[in-house]
Design a protein around this ligand. Structure first.
Ligand SMILES: Cc1cc2nc3c(=O)[nH]c(=O)nc-3n(C[C@H](O)[C@H](O)[C@H](O)COP(=O)(O)OP(=O)(O)OC[C@H]3O[C@@H](n4cnc5c(N)ncnc54)[C@H](O)[C@@H]3O)c2cc1C
Length: 551
């Protein structure tokens, strides 16, 4: 993006060069310093800047110029750049003209010539003006812009996807910003279609799928090869860990991720119990590091691509994607983790994404600045979510069904010490109210029997997770909740699982489908920790290597 411009205008060459020199010395690294020897020449240049979408921060112009006075120039220039600061250079004799122009052209300052030393007479004035300009100016943004409304679930999906990929974007809220609304309507024949996503190359995607966003942002969504040694399904901590260890051992592997990498951990604002990060690390940062590491080791990662089925075909394993494409391999590692339980109370389904969010505190918190929000749940993820939201929200009410929070003690202490957070224990969620968007939650204290209505701008729900093993449903053995049995858990009284034809027991972390392994939160017996997911995946990769040797 081009730097904002500071423009010096004077028809006396010596003065012009001196102003330019002093401006360049102090502001040259942040601003582009331009000069012109007349108001007319400067206006021509300004018109070109304007046409290119560049911005001007400050004009420093001499009042006494032959063709056009400084005040006349400022009057014309402010029509192009109304927010730019205006400084008039004056001689003692011009003081009256300068004072008159304070009202006429909204002059910000007049400066007597000479201004030496600039450290004393020039820079303090300009520093203040430029600080003020920066606070209020709309600096042109040449990245991705997502226009939507807080109550639009599709807009939330796009924001979440971009955030998870650490792709910077600017949010244009059509509800609070008339310019954003006009921009969207202009692109949609007068209709407000949300979200509308604007790309720096001028392309516009209206109500895009995450696949379209991924493709436009240059993210791989399809496997490059037809065959791999190992296909890992899921790019949470377990999948990414497996990708790092497998690739570093020379195993050709592909990671398939339905959304964006990170999994549940990616939605954690701060993981404080992962080894090696004494001050904690955000899920986003951990994910970013893991992806970089996995790619550096040679792993291929595709996103916005769901694996829908895994099947055996002779000695190969075949993974089918949601778009019907297939990829073959020797081994599949299921690292599909778990997804949030959804609220089953009246009103909740209709308002999901319209003020009710599952996890997502890290993506949405900023948009709830100075508003009241609710958090449902009492475990670590809920406590982390509440603490993160409290950085922005005016008040965070945490509603917990149990008599005590189940979170780790360091999080419970942090909740207690946070003045913005109120915790309501023994409280059941009864009903969600709202028409277009979430408005309030009805709760009942099951000890006192008291019912109350909590008004808030949004509600963030963390009430447990369910394993995501649907892609092998009916094919691999799992418990009644869907957690996949692996290794010794598949043996019943020493007997191998039904349908198992191999002359060996299932290997550690191998499911009842030979050559299909499972790690992390989707695996029966796991303990739902980032470290466990990462560790299990490291061990599983070693077993996969042994398995590959048997082929
Ligand atoms: C908000 C929050 C905070 C947490 N904080 C902590 C903490 O501080 N410390 C800690 O130790 N643990 C924490 N946890 C728990 C921890 O995040 C999980 O135990 C861990 O993420 C499990 O990793 P995983 O890779 O097994 O699964 P997941 O993280 O669930 O990742 C699974 C991935 O697989 C993808 N996927 C699923 N199905 C498919 C499919 N069919 N095709 C393609 N992709 C698919 C998903 O989109 C997802 O990206 C937290 C969890 C949450 C929700």
């Amino acid at each position: 993006m081009a730097k904002p411009v500071i423009f010096a205008i004077d028809d006396e060459p010596a003065v012009l060069n001196a102003v330019e020199r002093d401006l360049r010395q102090k502001y040259g690294h942040t601003y582009r310093i331009l000069k012109a020897d007349s108001g007319i020449a400067a206006l021509d240049a300004l018109k070109q800047l304007h046409a290119r979408g560049e911005t001007a921060a400050l004009f420093v112009v001499d009042q006494r110029m032959a063709q056009m006075t400084g005040v006349e120039f400022l009057d014309a220039a402010r029509k192009l750049f109304p927010e730019a600061k205006k400084v008039l250079l004056t001689a003692y004799a011009d003081t009256e003209a300068a004072i008159a122009s304070i009202n006429r052209v909204d002059l910000d300052y007049y400066l007597m010539k000479p201004w030496d030393p600039p450290q004393e007479h020039l820079y303090p004035v300009l520093d203040e003006l430029l600080d003020d300009w920066q606070r209020h100016a709309e600096i042109p943004y040449d990245g991705i812009r997502v226009a939507g409304a807080l109550w639009s679930p599709a807009a939330h999906t796009v924001k979440e996807f971009l955030t998870r990929h650490q792709i910077p974007y600017r949010w244009l809220d059509v509800e609070s910003d008339p310019k954003a609304r006009a921009l969207v309507e202009a692109h949609n024949a007068g209709t407000l279609v949300l979200p509308t996503v604007f790309f720096p190359d001028g392309a516009v995607l209206v109500e895009p799928t995450i696949q379209q966003i991924a493709e436009k942002a240059g993210l791989p969504t399809h496997a490059a090869l037809p065959f791999y040694d190992l296909v890992i399904v899921g790019a949470g901590p377990a999948g990414l860990s497996a990708a790092v260890y497998a690739s570093s051992d020379g195993i050709k592997c592909l990671v398939i991720e339905r959304d964006a990498p990170g999994g549940q951990a990616g939605s954690s604002p701060k993981i404080e119990n992962y080894l090696g990060f004494p001050m904690g690390i955000s899920g986003g940062d951990l994910t970013h590091r893991a992806i970089t590491q996995a790619r550096r080791m040679g792993a291929e990662i595709v996103t916005a691509q769901e694996a829908t089925r895994v099947r055996a075909q002779d000695q190969y394993r075949v993974v089918t994607m949601a778009d019907g494409k297939e990829v073959s391999c020797h081994v599949v590692l299921l690292a599909t983790g778990a997804s949030f339980h959804t609220l089953k109370i009246p009103g909740a389904a209709e308002l999901t994404g319209k003020g009710i969010f599952y996890g997502a505190a890290h993506t949405e918190a900023f948009f709830y600045q100075d508003q009241d929000v609710l958090v449902a749940g009492g475990a670590n993820s809920a406590a982390q979510g509440a603490l993160f939201l409290s950085r922005y929200a005016r008040k965070v009410t945490v509603v917990i069904r149990a008599a005590e929070p189940e979170a780790s003690h360091y999080l419970v202490d942090a909740l207690k010490q946070n003045e913005k957070i109120e915790v309501r224990l023994n409280t059941d969620l009864v009903q969600v109210n709202g028409t277009e968007k979430f408005e309030s939650l009805v709760v009942k204290n099951h000890v006192t029997g008291e019912t109350s209505t909590l008004r808030a701008a949004g509600m963030f729900v963390f009430i447990g997770v369910s394993p995501q093993s649907q892609l092998v449903a009916g094919a691999a053995l799992c418990d009644e909740k869907g957690y996949l049995y692996t290794g010794a858990d598949l043996l019943r009284e020493g007997k191998r699982p039904p349908g198992w034809t191999l002359n060996r027991d299932p290997m550690l972390m191998e499911t009842s489908l030979p050559g299909v392994f499972a790690v992390g939160d989707v695996r029966y017996g796991t303990n739902h920790r980032v470290a466990s997911a990462v560790g299990e995946a490291a061990v599983a990769t070693m077993i996969v290597k042994q398995y590959l040797k048997t082929l």
